[in-house]
Each structure stands twice: as C-alpha cells, then as structure tokens.
Design a protein around this ligand. Structure first.
Ligand code: FAD
Length: 456
C-alpha cells in the first residue's frame, strides 16, 4: 500500500506525526509539497518567505534522500494536485497536519470530500504545528480562550507529547515525478540580511539556543540591542523546528529562562486557537470594532514614512529598517512600530499587518494579525487603551541607543541623552544629522487617539 504525506507548515522529518503514521501503515509513502496557487493568489507569498521556503524544500528533499526517499513537488490548486498524485500512485490514504486558518480549514474540507469521492481517506493530525491542538482546552461556555493568562494556566497543565524521532528509512514508490525545486537565488526582492531556512539549520539554531541563550532569556529578551531572543520564529512558522519538541526540550532544561520562553510558545498557541475558532479575525476586528481610522492623502504620507523608517521616532524607524533589511525584527520593535501606526498615527491595523506580512519571514496569519489586533486595541489585550511611548520605551529597552545607532546610521554619533529624541538637539546640529523631524508630536497623537476612541 501507498500513502501520501502532504507537507504544509511542517517542513521537517523530526517529530512529524503524519509521516510517522503513514510509514507505520503503508509500504511506501509519497512525501508531497504543493506550491498552492491559492496561497500565491491571496498575496501570501512575499519574497522573503518564498526564499526561506526554497531553503526548507531543499533541506527536506536532502533529508529524505539521506533516508532513501525524495520530495515530490507539484504546483497548482492543492486539492487537484493531491488527488492526481493519489491516483497516479494508487494511494489509499493522505496524511496531513491540521491548520488553524480559515483557508487551511477549508482546504481540509475540500480535500476530504475530493478524496472520499475517489474512495480514499484523509487523515488529519493534530498538534503538528502547535504544541497542543487549538480547542484542546476551552473555558466554560466558549469554544476558545479570549484571555491569555487563564489559557496559559490550562495549557501548562496539558500532558506534553513526547517528540518523535526522525524515520531512518523513507521508501518512496518509483514513478511520481517532481517539478524542479525552487531556488532561493531566483527569488527577486529578498531582504539582504535574510536568515537561512531548512530543517538542518533550524535544528542547529534550536540546539545552540537551548545551550547558550535559553538560561538568560528572561533577563535579556527585551534588550533590543542585545538581540538575545531565539530567532526561531521563521523555523516555527515553516515547521522546520517542531513547537512541541522545542517546548519539551526547554521544559527539560528548566529554570526561569526556560519558563519565560515556554510562555512565549504558549502565546503562539494562544493566537492559533483564537484564529482556529474565529477565522474572520484574520481581517475583521476581533473584539472591539473601531471605525474612525485616518485615511486620505495626509494619512498616506504618514503610512509611507512609517513603512520607510522615517517617522522621526528613532526606535520605530530602527525597527522598520531592520524589518526591511532582515525580514525580521525584534518583538519590542514590532510592538512599538505597531502601536505607533495604529494608535499614534491612528491608521487601520490592517494596513500595518499587510505590510508586515509582505516582509516578515515569520509572517504568520495567526501571530501577525492577532498581535496587530492586540496592539491596536481591537483584539485580546485586556488594556486596549494603552499607547506605547516610543521615547520612554526607547530609553527603557535600548538605554544606550545601540539598537537605534545600528539601524539608523544618521544618528550613529548623537549623544546618548538625545538618541531617542533627536528633535531636542539645537536646530543647526539637527540639520547636520539629516534625520527627519517627527511626523507628529506625541501629545498631539495622543489627543487625536482619545478623540477618535471617544467617537467609536
Ligand atoms: P522569541 O522571543 O525567542 O520567542 C520564541 C517563540 O515564541 C517565537 O519564535 C514565536 O514563535 C513565539 N512568540 C514569541 N512572542 C510571541 C507573540 N507575542 N505572539 C505569538 N508568538 C510569540 N510572530 C510570528 O511568528 N509571526 C508574525 O507574523 C508575528 N507578527 C507580529 C506582529 C506584531 C505587531 C507583534 C507585536 C508581534 C508579532 N509576532 C509575530 C510575535 C513576536 O514578535 C515574534 O514571534 C518574535 O519576535 C520572534 O522572534 P524570536 O523567534 O526571536 O522570539
């Protein structure tokens, strides 16, 4: 017998329940990835993620070849392609991971119907993408948690799944041809500092992180210049590192650093369970609707300044320039940039979320849209009216200004006391630095925010 394993956001061989199940019930498996034109049409394939994906597919193919197999790549409409492969190889089952988004849920339904019509079976595996499946824990009277802390309590009490070893041998039937794998070098418009993808690289990074970074995580995760977070988010997004395995290994290491890190992995699961229960939250306000976002030419000019990292607020600009350069930026930078756009400039969070999704290599519907909603005060934040002050936050999380100096070279030799508020420098000196004036004063931004929220 033959089974198909459809890879989606789980591009790895270690800790892979669908592959394990297929190998134990069939004589041979077809490891399949479909470059789904539905995802491309939705504008969900920015250059950085396409380039990272090329690395991931190359590594997956190499890992399969080491075990006697190979990856089969097809492109086009995913349901049709899977059915074609199943028919070509006489496969009786297709194994795949459950996804959280509306698109993934709909894909699963369509695939199940199409396979069943041909007398075949779809087997969907939970807890491949997240540590625990969305919906595994629920509060009384609801299908999902809307508040993080009680979710975290219940999530922490769930018995962890032991990670699965990678298979030693993967037998792939002769026959099903593969399209050539994409090459990272052929993707135009990629950020120059984009990290490398693939399972080997992800496992190397995870091991180095657990050994060298984890213990200090609690103390250092907000040090913007220190860059002391795991940078595993793109690997978690593409599934080249298993979230369940990572949580398992961090818990085993123990200590305050590990506890703080595991809590962040729980935030990832939290947003996935919100999106799985409310797929519309990817575009519609989740909890509180706001209608008075700024639009028109003046807002358009502010949006352009924000995207290009020239708002005149150094820490916001630094975060936006890091995003363009690396396709990744620090969590504190994301918070400050998102708060500035949605609350100080009062621009619809969807505009910012779309821009992030275009650039972020870890750009993820659950994490991106729901973090944006959290910041904008339309989502799950229990204090939706807080506005982050980029000067105070800059002083606190980048006290020496090293992060700003790294990404905003105009300010490289500005005195420390002015680095987060260069508009306080004498005019002649300001002109010499050639750094933009603030697009808006913070007091004015705050007053506008309060006015707008008063009308909502
Ligand atoms: P670490 O600090 O090492 O954390 C470990 C892992 O925990 C991360 O890799 C991530 O998977 C998870 N995690 C950490 N913080 C969060 C969080 N707030 N929400 C959900 N998961 C979290 N993360 C994404 O993976 N994709 C996105 O598209 C994304 N968009 C964001 C947009 C905004 C406006 C904000 C404020 C945050 C966003 N985040 C997103 C969450 C967070 O900023 C990144 O996960 C984190 O910065 C990635 O760096 P790291 O791997 O070094 O994180």
């Amino acid at each position: 017998t033959v089974s198909v394993v459809l890879f989606t956001a789980d591009l790895r061989l270690h800790d892979h329940p669908p592959l394990r199940a297929a190998l134990s019930s069939a004589d041979a498996v077809v490891p399949l990835f479909v470059r789904d034109d539905g995802i491309e049409a939705a504008g969900f394939a920015g250059p950085n993620r396409r380039a990272f994906l090329a690395d991931c597919l190359a590594a997956l193919d190499a890992g399969l070849r080491d075990r006697g197999g190979r990856l089969v790549l097809r492109s086009g409409p995913v349901v049709e392609r899977v059915c074609e492969i199943a028919a070509e190889t006489g496969a009786t089952e297709v194994h795949t991971a459950a996804g959280a988004s509306g698109y993934a849920q709909h894909r699963e339904e369509r695939l199940r119907r199409a396979l069943e019509a041909g007398g075949r079976r779809l087997v969907v595996h939970d807890a491949v993408v997240t540590v625990i499946p969305p919906g595994a824990v629920t509060p009384a009277g609801s299908d999902h948690f809307a508040v993080f802390t009680p979710y975290f309590r219940r999530w922490s009490a769930e018995p962890p799944r032991a990670p699965l070893a990678a298979p030693r041998v993967v037998r792939v039937p002769d026959g099903p041809g593969s399209e050539p794998l994409p090459s990272r070098a052929a993707v135009p418009g990629v950020s120059p500092g984009l990290a490398a993808g693939g399972e080997t690289e992800g496992r190397r990074r995870a091991a180095a992180w657990l050994r060298n970074g984890l213990a200090d995580y609690e103390d250092r995760h907000d040090d913007m210049a220190g860059d002391a977070t795991s940078r595993l988010s793109p690997h978690l997004h593409f599934g080249t590192v298993s979230a369940a395995e990572l949580a398992h290994r961090a818990r085993k290491a123990g200590g305050p650093g590990a506890d703080a890190f595991v809590r962040q992995l729980c935030w990832r699961d939290f947003h996935h369970q919100v999106l799985a229960a409310r797929p519309a939250a990817a575009h519609a306000d989740y909890r509180t609707r706001h209608d008075h976002w700024r639009t028109g030419p003046e807002a358009a000019a502010d949006i352009a300044a924000w995207k290009e990292g020239r708002t005149g607020y150094p820490v916001v600009d630094a975060a936006m320039r890091q995003l363009a350069h690396e396709g990744w930026t620090h969590n504190r930078g994301r918070l400050l940039a998102a708060s500035f756009l949605s609350k100080t400039l009062y621009v619809d969070w969807r505009t910012g979320a779309r821009h992030f999704l275009e650039w972020l290599v870890d750009g993820d519907l659950a994490n991106n849209q729901l973090n944006w909603q959290w910041v904008a005060g339309t989502g799950t934040d229990t204090r939706p009216h807080r506005v982050l002050n980029p000067v105070a936050q800059g002083r606190r999380f980048d006290p020496g200004g090293a992060y700003v100096r790294r990404w905003v070279p105009e300010l490289a030799d500005v005195e420390r006391r002015f680095v987060h508020e260069p508009w306080r420098l004498p005019a002649a000196e300001r002109a010499r630095y050639g750094y933009p004036e603030p697009v808006i004063g913070l007091a004015e931004g705050l007053a506008r925010f309060k006015r707008a929220r008063g009308r909502d």
